[in-house]
Each structure stands twice: as C-alpha cells, then as structure tokens.
Design a protein around this ligand. Sequence first.
Ligand code: CTP
Length: 400
Amino acid sequence: QAGELGQQTGHAVYVVGGFVRDLLLKHPNFDVDLVVEGDGVAYAAELARIYGGRYKSHPKFKTAVVILPDGQRVDVATARLEYYEYPAALPTVELSSIKMDLYRRDFTVNALALHLSPERFGDLVDFFGAQRDIKDRVLRVLHSLSFVEDPTRIVRAIRFSERFGFRIGGQTDRLIKNAVRHSFFHKLSGSRVMHELRLIFEEKTPLSCLRRMQDYKLLAAIHPLLALTPSKEAVLLEVENVINWYRLLYIEPQPQVWMLYFLGLCTGLDPEQFAIIARRLNFSKRQAAEMVALRQQIRDTAQGIFNWEYHKGPPSELYFLLEPMPLEGALYLMARNPREPLQKYVSLHLTTLRHKRVEVTGNDLKALGVEAGPRYADILRRVVGAAIDGLAVCRAEQLE
Ligand code: CTP
C-alpha cells in the first residue's frame, strides 16, 4: 500500500538502509526507512492519513516520521538531486536521485534499496555491490572520503563488523588508519562521540568492539584516558558476565547496560580525570554530577559492605546499605569485586532481600494511634529490617 500511494502521487518509493541489509542477512529489524523520489513530507502526511496514524515533519530536511496506530515508526526521507553537495575530489556523475541518496551513505551493505512501487515491487536496487559484499562478509565504504565526511562512521564500521562477523575491507581499513593518524576524531563533538559509544555499549559484544577500537587506537584518539588497560579489560569482562547473569534472572527492570560499560571504561580514573572525560564527552553539568555521585556511592557502599562483613552485621544492614543504590551501581559493584564475598552479598540483595515486602502500611500505624509524622518512615523501615532479619539466613557468616 505504501508503494501504491507513491504511484498515486507519481513518485517512486523505496525501503532503504538497515532494514534491507538485515532482510538479506536474515536479522530481525523493525526500523523502516522509506525514501521517496518526490515530496517525502507530503507522502508521509498521506501515509499517516490512510493508516490513521500521526506524523511529524522536519521541513528543513524534507523528512518526516510517521507513527502508525500500533506504535510502529516509519521514517520518510526525500531523495532530491540538488540537495547534495559533494567534495570536489569526487567524480561528478549524473545520478538518479535514489542512487545519489544511497551514495551518501556509509557502507555498501547499508546502501541497498527495495522498490515498493507496484510495478517493481520487491526489486532490489544494488548500485554498489552490496550483495557481493554480504556474500563475502566484508564491510566497505562507498568512497574514500566517507570518513572525512563523518568520522563517527569509523566507530560504526567496528560496530557493524563485530555485529555481523564481517571483516573490514582492505581499503576501508587503510582509510580508518589514515583517519586516526590525521586526528579526525579531535574535531568530533563530545555528544556525537558519546552517542556512538553508547551504541557500542548496547551491542551484544561491546568488549570485542572496544578491543577493536583499541587496536585502531581509537579510544586514545577520543581521549588518552579512555585507552584500554589490562585492568579495565578485566573489569569490562566481569561487567559482561554480570550483565549476562542478571539477564538470565528475568527480573524487571533491566539495567541501562551502557552505564555499566561506561563505568568500566572509566575504571581507575580519579575524580579529576573523570571530570576531564565528562567534559570531553560533553556531559551536561547534571549528568556529570550524577556520574560522579554514583562512582562515590559505589566506593562508599563497597566500604560499608566490608565493614558489615567484618562486624558480622544482620542482613537488614546489608539491605539498607544497598537499597539506595541504583541497579547499575549494584551490578557494577559485583563486576568490580568478582572474587570477593562482596559479590555474593550484592547478588543476595538483588535476588532476594530487595524483593522482601511487608504488609504493614502507614494506615496500620494510624489505626494503632501512632501520630502521623516523620516517625512513620522510621517505624516502617524498622519493620522491613525485622522482616528481613526474620529470614532463615540472618548473619553474615551464614550467608557463605
Ligand atoms: N548513515 C550514514 N552515516 C552515519 C549514520 C548513518 O551513512 N554516520 C546511514 C546508513 O546508511 C544507515 C542509515 O543512515 O543505513 C540509517 O542509520 P542508522 O539508523 O544508524 O543505521 P542502521 O543501519 O539502521 O543501524 P542499526 O542497525 O544499528 O539500527
């Protein structure tokens, strides 16, 4: 229907990019990107109207996003010839607008399109040998200025090659090394670098991506303090283990994994060094303060747990030490202390203690005639503590 709509308005419509790549690779992908050879915004408005969805346009870029009634997003872009200005070094060739649109993209495998127009529905449009590259499992840029245009593509190259198990093509590899040698990364804003790092941290195998970045000296190119060291690698490996362990528990909510990897990458940095990284990555004052506070809370909680173990405190004390800690902090604490009893205590908290519920509420206290006020919180806290200490396991040494 999307294609028919294009036909009615006299425009060819294509689905492009990651969706087509993943279709050929048999990877699930629900992000639909459409390119219209015509007025993409008008097309999006019509699409939204027919399906009873909403749309939001960015007239400046001639793009729009349609949100269908089931929540599915469809991005719509306009392919126009005059839109693109190319560096003089590139050969000027007369290209159709879809070809020009695809040529602007990062890698051959991302420069595929599928016709949606009824008369050519399902025809694959492959101008740059993407099918051959998919068959050969190789990631290649479309032209030699790709990384000059956008250095974040270097990180994308590593991300995609690790995700799909593709090697990076010879010429592309040389272009990456050249880009690093010429410090392309210095010009990149902190927010863009952080965005790419977050995407890496959200991949299935962030550590192998980080190792590849290290091989290309990319982490140090972002900032020398971010370079991998053996101790960072050891912590990041444990971060991976802890995340996998937690996932298998199927407990909601799931942690923001990027935060754990980011903490791991900043292992060993003192507060001043951490502030330098936060500035380089363009953290807002608030974000930076929150991260600094979390790092401090992790250190303090670790110390608290060692003390608790030393004086053989009751489980409720462990609960109250860990309860204010965000999930990411608790998991990081486990990753940071893999061979210590501390790891076991934190896991006990996450799997058991923190789920303890008591039936007593403020209303019960009211019914008992306790005067409302700050005492309520204190009493309820003590009830929780008592309930926890009433568990079969009640002393530190019994947890072992
Ligand atoms: N793109 C690009 N250069 C970038 C970012 C994106 O050329 N720096 C292009 C790519 O061709 C990509 C498309 O824009 O196919 C959409 O970008 P994105 O949604 O990030 O790509 P996906 O391939 O869908 O990535 P993912 O599978 O991680 O969602």
